[in-house]
Write a protein that binds this ligand. Structure first.
Ligand code: C2E
Ligand code: MG
Ligand code: MG
Ligand code: MG
Length: 279
């Protein structure tokens, strides 16, 4: 009986595994075409000063709309793209589109610092770093407005290797946000010399902060750490007034989340920026 069950489980497991591999392959193929055919586009989510909700920055978030009009979430395709190396192509497109958006905003007198998400493989890729370097070497004023976001787990996976790359960016005036902070097991040693300008408190802690003491403690510790080591602390995933109040009480200066604004396409963002104060 047991043996039969195990056999059945194995067959189900392989079927599922096979299906996953097929799906992954299909996803990657589709993504490759999406890059070529410009089916990727950006949405922009504001970051605001908590005490008066003035805009202090924007984050570019990639979106994929397939030829048939279906949306595929980055939460679905970014991890697959990371496994395959295709992420470098995606992020290079995101970088280019971010620059164009910044240029547009600047022309409209709506210049705001803009961050985009990168992975370690981007920072280790010559094509990508050369593109960044070209911007750094240019006398474009846009570079003062550009920031990157790298998750804490990515940064810590090979900190010795990554840290000098981050330092170069910071020296060139490009801000470095450590994303999803609190989930990535930074060692205490690295925390004191973290190469970054901003810490983004992971949404999961902001989520549980009001119902769970441990969540509040983590948020409190990150904010204190940020103050102590001169990082700008940004809370992500702020959805309620109560969370906003609590974060201010704990000393957090900046927030991002549906309470303030959802990610928007550029046209909507422009209207939104005109109707809100820019810090
Ligand atoms: P992230 O960088 O931590 O981005 C925050 C995610 O939380 C975004 O999801 C955003 O839409 C969502 N969010 C913002 N405010 C709220 C809120 O108040 N409540 C809730 N429930 N969610 C909120 P999104 O756009 O689906 O992106 C998911 C992740 O995919 C990002 O997490 C980032 O890690 C990755 N990603 C997105 N765009 C890119 C990209 O261009 N390159 C790379 N490498 N990764 C990207
Ligand atoms: Mg991010
Ligand atoms: Mg984040
Ligand atoms: Mg996150």
């Amino acid at each position: 009986q047991r043996g039969r069950n195990a056999g059945k489980q194995f067959i189900e497991y392989s079927a599922q595994f096979g299906l996953e591999a097929v799906n992954r392959h299909r996803l990657l193929q589709g993504l490759n075409e999406a890059i070529e055919h410009n089916h990727l586009f950006l949405m922009y989510q504001p970051k605001v000063r908590l005490h008066d909700r003035a805009v202090v920055g924007l984050e570019a978030l990639v979106r994929w709309r397939t030829a048939s009009g279906e949306f595929i979430s980055p939460a679905e395709f970014i991890p697959v793209a990371e496994m395959s190396g295709l992420i470098k192509k995606v992020d290079l497109r995101v970088f280019e589109m971010s620059l164009v958006a910044l240029q547009t905003l600047k022309h409209l007198g709506l210049a705001v610092p803009l961050s985009f998400n990168v992975t370690v493989s981007d920072l280790e890729d010559e094509v990508f770093t050369h593109a960044l370097q070209r911007l750094v070497d240019s006398n474009s004023e846009l570079k003062q407005l550009l920031e990157i976001e790298l998750t804490e787990s990515q940064a810590m996976a090979d900190y010795q290797q990554i840290s000098p790359l981050l330092k170069q960016l910071i020296d060139a005036g490009i801000g470095v946000n450590i994303d999803d902070f609190g989930t990535g097991y930074s060692s205490l040693k690295h925390l004191t010399d973290l190469t970054a300008t901003h810490l983004k408190i992971d949404r999961s802690f902001v989520d549980s902060m009001l119902t769970d003491c441990a969540g509040e403690h983590v948020v409190d510790v990150i904010i204190r750490l940020g103050k102590r080591f001169n990082f700008t602390v940004v809370a992500e995933g702020v959805e309620t007034e109560a969370q906003q109040q609590k974060l201010m009480q704990l000393g957090c200066d900046i927030g991002q989340g549906y309470l303030f604004a959802k990610p928007m396409v550029l046209d909507d963002l422009i209207i939104w920026l005109k109707n809100n104060n820019i810090a």
